[in-house]
Design a protein around this ligand. Structure first.
Ligand SMILES: *[C@@H]1O[C@H](CO)[C@@H](O)[C@H](O)[C@H]1NC(C)=O
Ligand SMILES: *[C@@H]1O[C@H](CO)[C@@H](O)[C@H](O)[C@H]1NC(C)=O
Ligand SMILES: *[C@@H]1O[C@H](CO)[C@@H](O)[C@H](O)[C@H]1NC(C)=O
Length: 595
């Protein structure tokens, strides 16, 4: 069981080793070759190219991200001069295309293919429980996609960082795919997971470590793990799963050198999430004060990679202050990984009502509690018992906070909590039951995942309670023929109904699986079966793995959102391989949709 809490000792001991400072005052990078001014100047130029391109090409099929990904192929001042002399008010398509090919290299050319040396076509001991020949052949094709998605930064990026928005990561990378040409933070967890789970015997540990050490490098340099490895992602993070990656690799390899290398970055990242901008204090009805975390980007301008879209939404806002507030919420929503969703909107039909930094999210606090448990476990391994105890205490305090502030015993779910949007967001808020968000989201069930005893620490939910949560999930309306829906509202946003996302299927199924009862195991397997089938059938129909799926019908990929649906796709591949590893696929089980 979960050990007894000692919340009062927590901060006394924490301050001893984690400086309670805002990691957002980013120290100048020690080893930084790339000057911040250079990076900002390039971004400014690329954003001017982006808006010029919109004028030249029109809004149809326009992807603003393409332009901030362009590497320079000539001196920035020459490119800037040529940009200024393009025809007014709008250059023709031909003129724009000629300008871009003259001064820029193709988007994506800043990364080059890199064969993972530890890749094998059919690793020994690959998915031993997958007996069905069709399922097996497909799993091998999905496994082979790791080769397609493997890259390293091009030599030119190291030689001339000021020509590139890609950040010079030291190791090999696995990208999600399509327009997501660079490393993403939380996506990487499901890539690493499958690398270590599915390919345990083939020992793709080097690849998993390369991926994870790149994120460690970002934490060392910026004080936190960036949303992604581009200079336009330096002001926000993403759901924090670095400690989970480190843990999985350590459990597979026992590599203490790797663990010690990653450990200081985990402490750094932790203080980022405990800093003033993320930490919120809530007083419950018994007068106990709890600390929980929220998403909050350090940014109040249009996101460079989506500037033309953000500016369009901001048109209806008149004052500069209102626009800045909106841009801040947009970037904070991107930090949540759920961009965009009715979950973060006061009015689900109006993007300008995004209020992410005024919400205490269930999933974020689940991930941070996991981080606290992981750090406690690592510190014990390293032999630092003081740190280990402090982090156990921190995780106990967060356990109490989640149960007091987010748990709802009528619904038998954990609910996001709304903070007042007026006032200055300082001080201690009084808990009120009507401030829990009673809408149903897949994230309401993610704390079950803490039962998966990754680091051998305590259980989060006891068996009786987990069965009640399972019943609540079954009655929630989220379970559909092709998986778990993200929410119940069809808003046209991509993190809403009817889209289902691989990480959410995996976190919930893995949680249920670890809860213990036969019924929960069966539901976990059922979710996995539906998900694997829909991925398989869509793959057969389109030749690709998709970023998201429509859970209403088997074999249908997802839609909605601010960009065209993408294929590739890192976390979808990772989750399918993890499910097949866990549950196998018997000889006589149909893999198509018919059953
Ligand atoms: C990446 O993996 C290679 C082996 O394939 C290894 O030599 C290298 O040190 C690793 N780099 C990092 C940053 O982990
Ligand atoms: C954004 O991040 C950059 C790079 O770390 C930093 O220099 C800058 O101060 C940050 N901007 C804001 C508004 O915090
Ligand atoms: C919550 O955070 C505040 C400010 O960092 C600290 O003083 C307090 O002790 C914390 N409370 C708990 C229960 O962790």
């Amino acid at each position: 069981m979960f050990p007894l809490p000692h919340p009062h000792q927590l901060h006394v001991s924490l301050v001893l080793f984690v400086p309670v400072v805002c990691a957002i005052h980013m120290a100048p990078a020690a080893a930084g070759v790339c000057s911040k001014e250079g990076a900002q100047a390039l971004l400014g130029l690329l954003q001017r190219v982006q808006s010029e391109a919109l004028r030249a090409l029109g809004p149809r099929d326009f992807d603003p991200k393409l332009y901030v990904d362009l590497p320079l192929a000539a001196d920035a001042s020459a490119a800037a001069a040529a940009l200024s002399s393009l025809t007014r008010p709008a250059p023709s398509r031909e003129e724009m295309e000629a300008f871009i090919s003259r001064y820029f290299a193709p988007a994506g050319s800043d990364l080059v293919a890199a064969d993972p040396p530890d890749f094998e076509d059919e690793p020994r001991g690959f998915l031993p429980k997958v007996e069905n020949a069709e399922a097996r052949a497909w799993a091998l094709e999905v496994h082979a996609l790791w080769k397609d998605l493997s890259r390293r930064v091009a030599p030119d990026v190291v030689a001339r960082p000021e020509w590139h928005t890609i950040l010079p990561l030291p190791g090999r990378v696995v990208v999600p795919g399509s327009r997501f040409r660079e490393v993403y933070y939380w996506d990487s967890y499901w890539v690493v997971r499958s690398v270590h789970r599915g390919l345990l015997v083939s020992k793709m540990y080097d690849t998993a470590k390369n991926i994870t050490l790149n994120l460690v490098y970002l934490a060392e340099k910026y004080g936190f793990v960036l949303n992604g490895a581009r200079s336009y992602y330096t002001n926000r993070s993403q759901p924090p799963l670095l400690s989970s990656m480190v843990l999985d690799i350590y459990m597979a390899t026992g590599d203490m050198v790797f663990l010690k290398r990653a450990f200081p970055s985990l402490l750094k990242e932790y203080s980022f999430w405990m800093s003033d901008i993320h930490n919120v204090a809530i007083m419950d009805n018994h007068g106990r004060v709890h600390n929980l975390s929220r998403y909050q980007a350090m940014w109040n301008k249009p996101r460079p990679e989506s500037a033309t879209i953000d500016e369009e939404f901001a048109l209806k806002l008149t004052s500069t202050a209102a626009k800045e507030k909106f841009y801040h919420q947009v970037a904070s929503t991107a930090e949540s990984g759920w961009d965009f969703s009715s979950r973060w909107m006061r009015d689900s039909t109006d993007m300008t009502t995004l209020a992410t930094s005024h919400i205490i999210p269930v999933d974020l606090n689940t991930f941070i509690l996991k981080m606290e448990q992981d750090i406690a476990f690592f510190a014990e391994l390293i032999g630092d018992n003081t740190v280990s105890e402090s982090f156990s205490e921190a995780s106990n305090a967060r356990y109490n906070a989640i149960e007091s502030v987010l748990w709802n015993s009528d619904m038998e779910q954990w609910l996001d909590y709304w903070l007042p949007t007026d006032g200055n967001c300082q001080g201690v808020y009084q808990w009120k039951s009507n401030l829990q968000n009673h809408n149903i989201f897949a994230s309401n069930f993610i704390p079950l995942w803490l039962n998966a005893r990754h680091s051998g620490l305590g259980r989060f939910v006891d068996e009786a309670k987990s069965v009640r949560v399972m019943r609540s999930l079954q009655a929630s309306g989220l379970l559909h023929p092709a998986g778990i829906a993200t929410s119940l509202s069809n808003t046209g946003q991509q993190w809403d109904f009817p889209n289902g996302w691989a990480p959410l299927q995996h976190l919930i199924a893995e949680g249920l699986l670890s809860c213990g009862s036969a019924e929960e195991r069966k539901l976990a397997e059922d979710i996995s079966t539906r998900w694997v089938r829909t991925n398989y059938v869509a793959y057969k129909a389109t030749g690709a793995m998709h970023e998201k799926y429509d859970v209403e019908a088997c074999g249908k990929s997802g839609g909605g959102g601010e960009y065209k649906p993408q294929t590739g796709f890192g976390w979808s591949n990772g989750v399918v391989l993890s499910f097949l590893e866990e549950f196998g696929w018997p000889q006589d089980k149909e893999i198509g949709c018919s059953l």
